[in-house]
Design a protein around this ligand. Structure first.
Ligand code: ATP
Ligand code: AMO
Length: 446
């Protein structure tokens, strides 16, 4: 802007640039201008008018861009303070470590600009170019998710986050006071998105908040995160849904490389990483094949034992399998299909040919889970029997249980953790970097 607000602090030097002939008067007013700028507190918000030019060294040689970043110099003509700083900035962005130090090392080596310190000053912290880039990429991920699904005849829905019962029957729900009676924050839009399909909405998707009261103080868990969920009727096979999910994820991976090239380069200045290796033909491994790969490699779990035929892999096992898959198939992205029925939630459809296995899958990026999905039981009687077998009384789910009694189509779906996905694409190392105001078990200290 060339007009300044009367209440703002201003300085307007005569036009001067490094390459123009300057009178003594020009030089002295320029010197006082430089002094004025030097005394501005760091992180003051200013608007600047000037000319952009390619930067040159003292010999006049034009400096080239480095690491894919464009390099420009701004020859300042006018500058106005539009946002006064009244308190010293809590840290310098340039002091932030390239890699986050693990908490133990922090304690030994004294205070650094730790993630917790950044998060305690989050609004200020978000101003850093790296954070700006992360949240523009995150916005692109949501845009690309919508874009692909809209092209494939999905309808966006928003489901209720206040529930009368614990969503999936687990213990990890937040209980809230609701006019003197209990209510719960939705742990997943799972039941609601299924009800939308039963209500004949066709293919549906949602990008919405998910709340989990898990005391998981890890680099990949939050207590509130965003789910990118979808659900659809299927004709012959749940792989119809798997193909849609594979398509949407590839659209996201490719799309951000095209839309956010510059932001990705900025993120790499703090979080150095290789771009994801995604083959055209997606690697789909059966769960049993994953177990075989692990056993053949001689892998042992932390307790020294081999992986069982039908156990749910723990995080180190998942990561190790990701490494084996990368070595064998050269991919950072793969699908693990046909999970043991035992380890999946009650609504999961068992494989009709062998009920030990289920028509369900997880998707992994750089060896970590980003999605769970699969076919759901659509037969009312079978669903109620499965609920009882997993220790949940069908009536607890009221509207959900009732809905199946009026006929439900065969259907399947899946849910992606948005922050997990962004963290893993950009190798941020800590999920908190992918959430603007992250909530974890240590939030809101007394
Ligand atoms: P994730 O496995 O990534 O947590 P999820 O929601 O599918 O995703 P499960 O695989 O069913 O969860 O894991 C079972 C439980 O164990 C969940 O409550 C999950 O949060 C918790 N959990 C998983 N990995 C860890 C970990 N490394 N540390 C603490 N808790 C974990
Ligand atoms: P699941 O519980 O596996 O599946 O969750 C789906 C995806 O959500 C992400 N995620 C998390 N992200 C951050 N913090 C957490 N605490 C957390 N927990 C899970 C992961 C995970 O893959 N109803 C099913 C989905 C479906 O079948 O449609 C479900 O919620 O990326």
């Amino acid at each position: 802007p060339t007009q300044h607000h009367p209440s703002t602090e201003t300085a307007q030097p005569h036009h001067a640039s490094a390459h123009s002939q300057q009178s003594n008067q020009d030089l002295s007013s320029r010197a006082s201008f430089v002094k004025w700028i030097q005394h501005l507190p760091r992180e003051s918000l200013v608007t600047v008018t000037g000319k952009l030019q390619k930067p040159a060294n003292a010999q006049g040689k034009i400096l080239e861009a480095s690491e894919g970043l464009q390099c420009v110099e701004l020859v300042i003509e006018k500058m106005f303070v539009v946002g006064r700083v009244t308190e010293t900035a809590p840290f310098k962005f340039t002091d932030i470590q390239v890699h986050d130090e693990p908490a133990e090392q922090e304690k030994e080596q004294g205070p650094k600009i730790t993630v917790r310190n950044e998060l305690n000053n989050r609004v200020f912290d978000l101003r850093s170019p790296v954070n700006q880039a992360i949240f523009r990429i995150r916005a692109s991920v949501c845009h690309l998710f919508r874009d692909y699904l809209e092209q494939h005849r999905f309808t966006e829905i928003q489901t209720a986050k206040l529930q009368g019962s614990a969503t999936e029957g687990g213990a990890s729900v937040f209980r809230v006071e609701y006019f003197g009676r209990p209510a719960y924050l939705a742990q997943s839009p799972q039941l609601a998105k299924q009800m939308a399909v039963i209500a004949d909405m066709g293919r549906v998707y949602e990008i919405g908040s998910i709340f989990r009261a898990e005391n998981s103080n890890t680099m990949r868990h939050l207590t509130e995160f965003y789910g990118m969920d979808l659900e659809m009727p299927i004709n012959a096979d749940y792989h119809e849904c798997m193909r849609i999910i594979d398509g949407v994820l590839k659209h996201i991976f490719k799309g951000i490389q095209q839309r956010n090239r510059r932001e990705i380069q900025v993120v790499k200045t703090r979080f150095p990483h290789e771009d994801l290796v995604i083959p055209d033909e997606t690697v789909i491994l059966r769960y049993t094949e994953g177990v075989r790969l692990l056993r053949e490699s001689g892998y042992r779990k932390e307790d020294g034992s081999e992986v069982e035929d039908d156990e749910d892999f723990d995080t180190p096992t998942e990561k190790y399998l990701g490494k084996l898959v990368k070595e064998k198939y050269n991919t950072d992205y793969y699908i693990l299909d046909k999970f043991p029925t035992e380890v999946r939630p009650f609504y999961t459809m068992p494989d009709p040919e062998d009920k030990k296995w289920s028509n369900s899958f997880d998707i992994f990026v750089r060896g970590q889970e980003i999605l769970s999905g699969g076919q759901r039981i659509h037969d009312s009687k079978m669903l109620e029997a499965k609920m009882r077998a997993s220790g949940v009384e069908p009536s607890v789910f009221g509207e959900y249980t009732q809905a199946f009694k009026y006929g439900a189509p065969p259907h399947a779906g899946g849910g992606i953790g948005l922050e997990r996905l962004v963290m893993l694409i950009l190798q941020l190392g800590n999920i908190r970097h992918a959430s603007m105001f992250p909530r974890d078990p240590k939030s809101f200290p007394e």
